[in-house]
Design a protein around this ligand. Structure first.
Ligand SMILES: Nc1ncnc2c1ncn2[C@@H]1O[C@H](COP(=O)(O)OP(=O)(O)O)[C@@H](O)[C@H]1O
Ligand SMILES: [Mg+2]
Length: 681
């Protein structure tokens, strides 16, 4: 019988931070039972302890078996497979764990298995500033917390193949920051400030109650706000490239001069605090009118003159900048006959102006080119300006801001992300000493699908902005969290500046190599486990983690998971078909809005007596109390725990399927709420 049940073996060789350990003859591989708990012996990625008198060294098992044996002097490996290689990671002095080691172990020092009690010393101490992220994969009783200061100021990356659990990890972690972990008496960080760039629109529901969602087609009933990104906050050269396409240098300079001119006039008429007219440049974020720009650029291109001196314009019908109507001039005559063509101020940009006009009329781009209260009038004055925009995004009462970019046409997403980051960065940078700045209230920017706009060869300003954030953001209180399924495509500078890595299952070997090269700790054995991690299991390593550990990320409750779940193919193909209506499918496409509903505006309520008359049937469900249906008007009435709602134009078959569905709440959330107009009774 082994007197020390945790003894695994003895140090056989020491080479830098790598230690070879000879397993004791009486250690059987498999499972050891210590203090009533079972431990798997010699698992790659598990911890070992090497007692050194006053303190304990901690290491992580990198390799087990014949390959782990040190080479003998003859150059032949020892013929034994009872070896382990350990990477030293830190030491415990007293009760606190410190990364890095103050001394190396000696040959023949004992090597012990790490028990739950030992791990509880490392993870259990809940000093301030820690957030719960999950539980140890090897011992689910032990919560894993990470250091919030380091996570934000040293930046982080959440990496993993599609479906490995990145979005779930992000929403679990953000919720834990906002509210505290599920298990403990909820105590989060109510003044947290997090900006999430939600490329697929999956977080709104998951972070409900702790976030404010901005999206292009907001669901006002759910408290969402319209997303406006005023075009005048973009770099004007960038914007012109989008609006007009190719421009040569002369054309570009002239147009930029004109924009500058509008801005100066607008600021002189209505000064903005802090803005000095003399030091303004064309890219100062100050409103100007695009409609006016378009009409003033167009006029010289199309104008003709009645007289050779070019004093009397041959105007048939004036244009209207407000409605983007072009002026009508009489066509110029042949040869030297009147009317005469214009020669002053002509840039030769007819085609570019036509493109600009169609962009301005394209409803897809309303959020950018006609941004609500941020749209300037023809005098370049807008109701709301930069302060209101910053306040809307950064100053609301919830800890998390979700900018849902899912409705934005993909060609412009990268450009817009650059613009958004620029607004945020410049604001917090220049305001760093104020109480709303980044030092008094730091900001974490979470970027989903980062490979799409932060790749090595991405054009647009996003990559440059994020490089600035990861290099200097720490000083101004801006942290970045980069989320990606293709780390090998993400810009090197950005990834290598991330101090903390949450690496989920990663099957592509190029991606793994990239992660390994960026990791702050030297952990070959752990990286090798990346392709075999389970869904929702991550290796967390780097500054914010106490030890590089394999962790099961807390799976949030069903209603707090991101909307990214895969369609249940077999189940849906097997079940009955739901009523279909391709008219509304086409309408959704035309309106570029997945939530488009027929008769969106007609919200006639049933007469009061009918409402009372509608019989509702009690149902068994966690949030639905009863359901009623009125076939002549196709009205479905649902009593939720928090109130009664009517849905209009709901086909009878849909109601039948709802009543047959196993989960009423889920059925309503998936098929009824997004598809039918509704009002509260
Ligand atoms: N920690 C977890 N535990 C259990 N299942 C999880 C966990 N994280 C994610 N999943 C499941 O895995 C699937 C994909 O998760 P998701 O976060 O969308 O992945 P990704 O963003 O990496 O593509 C979802 O169905 C989700 O419920
Ligand atoms: Mg995802």
């Amino acid at each position: 019988m082994n007197i020390k049940p945790t003894l695994l073996g003895h140090v056989g060789a020491v080479a830098g931070a790598a230690i070879s350990v000879r397993l004791s003859p009486n250690v059987a591989s498999g499972i050891a039972i210590i203090g009533g708990k079972s431990y798997r012996i010699g698992q790659v990625g598990s911890f070992v302890r090497i007692p050194q008198g006053y303190h304990d060294l901690y290491g992580i098992v990198a390799e087990v078996g014949a390959n782990a044996a040190p080479a003998t002097p003859q150059g032949q490996p020892e013929v034994s497979d009872r070896w382990m290689t350990i990477q030293l990671v830190g030491e415990i002095v007293g009760t606190s764990f410190e990364r890095g080691i103050s001394q190396y172990p000696n040959v023949r020092d004992e090597v012990h298995l790490v028990t739950e009690e030992d791990l509880a010393v490392i993870y259990g101490t809940q000093d301030g500033g820690q957030v719960l992220i999950g539980r140890l994969a090897s011992a689910e009783g032990i919560p894993v917390r990470i250091d919030l200061d380091k996570l934000v100021t040293r930046h982080s990356a959440v990496l993993g193949s599609t479906g490995a659990g990145k979005s779930t990890t992000v929403s679990s972690l953000l919720r834990s920051i906002a509210l505290g972990g599920d298990a403990e008496a909820a105590q989060g960080f109510p003044s947290a400030r997090i900006l999430l760039l939600d490329i697929h629109g999956e977080y709104g529901r998951a972070l409900e109650s702790v976030s404010t969602v901005f999206r292009i087609n907001p669901n006002a009933g759910a408290g969402e706000l319209p997303l406006h990104i005023p075009f005048w906050a973009l770099d004007p050269a960038e914007l012109l490239a989008f609006l007009m396409g190719k421009l040569d240098d002369k054309q570009l300079t002239q147009i930029l001069d004109r924009i500058m001119d509008y801005k100066v006039k607008a600021v002189s008429a209505q000064p903005a605090p802090g803005l000095d007219v003399n030091s303004m440049t064309a890219d100062s974020p100050s409103p100007y009118s695009l409609k006016k720009l378009w009409s003033e650029l167009l006029d010289p291109e199309v104008r003709t003159w009645l007289d050779q001196q070019r004093l009397q314009p041959a105007l048939d019908e004036a244009g209207d900048p407000q409605t983007l109507k072009a002026p009508k001039y009489r066509p110029h005559g042949a040869g030297s006959a009147a009317p005469f063509i214009n020669q002053v101020g002509v840039l030769g940009i007819r085609r570019q102006l036509d493109q600009m006009r169609s962009r301005l009329l394209d409803r897809q781009y309303d959020f950018l080119l006609h941004p609500g209260d941020w749209e300037p009038d023809l005098d370049s004055q807008s109701l709301k300006g930069l302060p209101e925009l910053l306040e809307a995004w950064l100053g609301h009462s919830k800890p998390i801001t979700i900018l849902d970019l899912s409705g934005i046409p993909s060609p412009v997403v990268a450009r817009l992300i650059g613009a958004i980051l620029r607004i945020i960065y410049e604001g917090l940078f220049w305001g760093r000493d104020k109480s709303e700045g980044g030092i008094a209230r730091p900001l974490l920017v979470v970027m989903e699908e980062a490979h799409r706009y932060l790749s090595k060869d991405a054009d647009g300003p996003a990559r440059e902005m994020v490089q600035r954030i990861v290099k200097e953001g720490r000083k101004f209180g801006i942290g970045a969290m980069v989320v990606s399924q293709r780390p090998s495509e993400v810009d090197d500078t950005i990834l290598s500046q991330c101090g903390t890595f949450v690496a989920l299952r990663l099957s592509n070997s190029a991606d793994r190599t990239k992660v390994q090269a960026s990791l702050p700790d030297n952990l070959a054995g752990v990286i090798d486990s990346l392709p075999v991690l389970r869904v929702g299991e991550a290796v967390i390593t780097g500054e914010a983690a106490r030890l590089p550990i394999r962790c099961r990320i807390t799976l949030p409750r069903e209603e707090h998971r991101p909307n990214s779940e895969d369609p249940a193919v077999a189940k849906r193909w097997m079940g009955d078909r739901l009523p279909e209506d391709y008219g509304r499918l086409a309408a959704s496409w035309r309106a570029q809005s997945p939530t488009w509903t027929t008769l969106r505006v007609i919200r006639t309520k049933l007469p009061q007596q009918e409402i009372e008359a509608m019989e509702r049937e009690l149902v068994v469900s966690s949030n639905v109390v009863s359901i009623g249906y009125e076939p002549t008007t196709s009205t479905l009435e649902v009593e939720f725990k928090n109130g009664v709602y009517q849905y209009y134009n709901v086909p009878d078959a849909m109601y039948q399927q709802l009543m047959a569905a196993a989960s009423k709440g889920q059925f309503i959330n998936t098929y009824i709420k997004p598809a039918y107009p509704c009002s509260r009774v």
